[in-house]
Ligand binder design. Structure first.
Ligand code: B12
Length: 301
């Protein structure tokens, strides 16, 4: 359900008069919808896109449901990465959201924020834990905080068009990791897809049922852990063949897909980062054959 604000709330949030705000709406700079009673309402996603294009600055972000002081933090990926790691260690949800939303408002793509800021910060928590520098609860809380932050970022993205191509995905059975597959979902939504992460630790047979019932044009699989390689490769091959017969693209990625494992797999694309997923998806969604070389994509067998 899209979050809507009144013109007064938005005017106060960006520090302009209601009449200036309505003029922006009349010029089509901010999308509006009407309530049953004919009152104007502004989807927060539309206001955020306007802010990203430099249309105005936030004065009272909390009026739009954004963290206090959003819009005043670092706008560069390098500065944000260190700050995010510290906020994740402390499990400070509002600070984590603010850092990530600031980067998004500074017009960084979500795929870039995921690959260059969130993933390295979360991975660093694992290293701190391994070296006895933080408790395991800090690592667990940090991962959960990052997941929640992605979820709240998703809520301020414009919803997919009805004509958007459908994508579904998840992680295979025995793989409990949630963050990378959630990143794939939000990155595809940003790229104009109607994407749904179905969950973690899913038997590939159930993904095959989802393929029949939900009619995706693409399925992504994030593989961070493979409990039994032979079993995975056998099931995966059956799954890939069914998808290929149905004309569904299979995009795979994740740290468990080492060179040796990839050699024994077929796929439409095997990708190392979610930025490459965005490039691949945008080409596929636009009906162009994805360019296997430009994004570092490894074309399938
Ligand atoms: C969070 C976490 C967990 C959580 C996950 C919780 C959750 N809800 O997701 C839980 C508690 C399950 C867990 C469990 C374990 N973990 Co753990 N975990 C981590 C941690 C801290 C972060 C992993 C993560 O989510 N990173 C963020 C993601 C987004 O980053 P990423 O995986 O690199 O993904 C990027 C790319 O790979 C790519 N990508 C990934 N998938 C896809 C898919 C597509 C389609 C595309 C295009 C791209 C793509 O894009 C992403 C963004 O850039 C890492 C730390 C580390 N340094 O890696 C340890 C780590 C992976 N875990 C480790 C260990 C040891 C374990 C346990 C064995 C601990 C234990 N004793 O029980 C268990 C094993 C569980 C299992 N069966 O595998 C070790 C692994 C060591 C090794 N070499 O094998 C690590 C490295 C920690 C460490 N330094 O020791 N873990």
């Amino acid at each position: 359900m899209e979050r809507l604000s009144s013109p007064r709330q938005v005017a106060q949030a960006v520090g302009v008069s209601e009449s200036s705000l309505k003029r922006w709406c009349d010029r089509g700079l901010i999308p509006t919808v009407r309530t049953a009673g004919g009152h104007r309402r502004l989807p927060v996603s539309g206001v955020v896109q306007f802010l990203r294009s430099g249309g105005a600055r936030l004065v009272r972000p909390e009026l739009l449901g954004l963290p206090t002081n959003t819009g005043r933090g670092p706008r560069t990926l390098e500065k944000a990465a260190g700050l995010l790691q510290a906020a994740l260690v402390e499990g400070d949800r509002e600070r984590v959201r603010r850092i990530v939303f600031d980067l998004y408002l500074a017009e960084h793509r979500i795929s870039t924020i995921c690959d260059e800021v969130i993933a390295p910060a979360v991975n660093a928590l694992g290293d701190l834990w391994q070296h006895g520098q933080i408790e395991v609860y800090c690592e667990a809380r940090g991962t959960l905080t990052a997941l929640r932050c992605l979820e709240s970022l998703r809520l301020i993205l414009p919803p997919p068009l009805e004509s958007a191509p459908v994508a579904v995905g998840g992680t295979p059975e025995g793989d409990p990791y949630q963050l990378a597959t959630s990143m794939a979902e939000i990155v595809l939504i940003e790229s104009g897809w109607n994407a749904t992460c179905l969950g973690s630790s899913l038997p590939l047979a159930t993904l095959q049922s989802a393929m029949r019932r939900l009619g995706p044009r693409m399925i992504w699989l994030s593989v961070s852990h493979i409990p039994a390689l032979d079993c995975f490769l056998g099931e995966y091959e059956r799954f890939y063949r069914a998808a290929s017969d149905a004309g569904v693209a299979i995009c795979v990625g994740g740290r468990a897909l080492t060179e040796g494992v990839r050699e024994d797999m077929s796929y439409s694309a095997c990708l190392d980062e979610v930025q490459q997923l965005a490039t691949f998806a945008e080409a596929l969604g636009a009906g162009r054959a994805p360019d296997a070389d430009s994004s570092g994509t490894h074309a399938g067998h």
